[in-house]
Design a protein around this ligand. Sequence first.
Ligand code: FAD
Length: 356
Amino acid sequence: MKEFDYIIIGGGCAGLSLAYELETHNKLKNKTLAIIEPRLEYKRDKTWSFWKTTSHNFEDCVKKSWDNFSINIPNKTKFLECNKLPYQSIDSGLFYKKINTILKQNPNIKFYKNINEVSLNNSLVFNSVPSIESNENQLWQHFKGIEIETTKDVFDEKIMNLMDFDCQQYESVHFFYTLPFSKNKAMVETTWLSKMNNDLEVDYDQQLKNYIENHLNIKNYKINYKENGAIPLFYPSNINGEKKINIGTAGHMTRLSTGYTFLNIQEHSRFIRENIDNIDKIRRYEIKKKYQFLDKIFLRVLNNHANQMPNIFFKMFDNSPETVIKFLSNKSNIFQDLLIILKTAKKWLFIKALLK
Ligand SMILES: Cc1cc2nc3c(=O)[nH]c(=O)nc-3n(C[C@H](O)[C@H](O)[C@H](O)COP(=O)(O)OP(=O)(O)OC[C@H]3O[C@@H](n4cnc5c(N)ncnc54)[C@H](O)[C@@H]3O)c2cc1C
């Protein structure tokens, strides 16, 4: 069976980001790489959004960038600015196309559908397939989004709605968000943070229809695109080995309080590329321990006091948007962390969760 210097298992966001980073920095000139990916074709299947707190390789795949955003709870709205750290949405279709076009030009890179087609014996393996033992009792961010096109110009494309909690919660945490790509096109998503144990929570199509027609007051529209999925708000049980490094969701690149993963994947890819020659010998890259710790407390509060979460998220934005954005994107300093903790409503809930 054919052997390779590097094997990437899973040609999704993390696998392709890493391959692109290696290829565009000439790390695959004298090395061979196999990418194992079972999907038959690549097409747009996700919209990756994040605050641009670091540079990344995919500016040309950005569908839209916003300098303003809003957040709502019933009867209250905050309008906020983020021009220093804009919010960006990446079209996965453009991302897959850009990367695959480049990778296919290098004869040292081969694509396979199944891991059994290659020998793992003497390779450095980067694995992006998460190992999830049981869904029970675990929190997920699960959602469905549709991109709609309206007959009239109804959206203010300059401002995106990050979270609208003015909706049924059903003892979970539920919000909608709206990303207006233009005056007549927007992505509208229904999002739940819960254990996925309630049928009411997966009636996504009806939720979206009601929200668009009765809340956004849009009656005439067509659906151009749909996406749905679930992000584990816990770490999959993949274990790094001497010759195996987990990446992406499997490599614990998700911020558990938010589900944001995309930019962490990009930073991890950069780290691997910079250290590729001795990557199996150095300390593994991870999201800073302080965020892992704070997210754990945050999720404990969410688990036990879901009904408080809309207010907690809303109140968090009493801080300057820059402080909150840096905190949510793992870029805050200790000062900013303290501000978030001190200004967030219901401090005692966090203290109780910390003591548990
Ligand atoms: C619908 C959706 C929207 C999201 N939106 C955002 C967002 O807005 N912002 C953000 O920061 N994060 C977001 N995330 C979270 C995260 O960024 C994505 O899940 C991201 O795709 C994770 O990258 P990954 O490479 O770990 O996983 P994936 O992109 O899922 O890649 C894993 C790959 O492994 C392949 N695979 C599966 N089984 C095997 C196997 N046995 N052998 C080989 N390959 C296999 C799959 O086909 C897939 O291509 C979103 C997640 C989902 C599901």
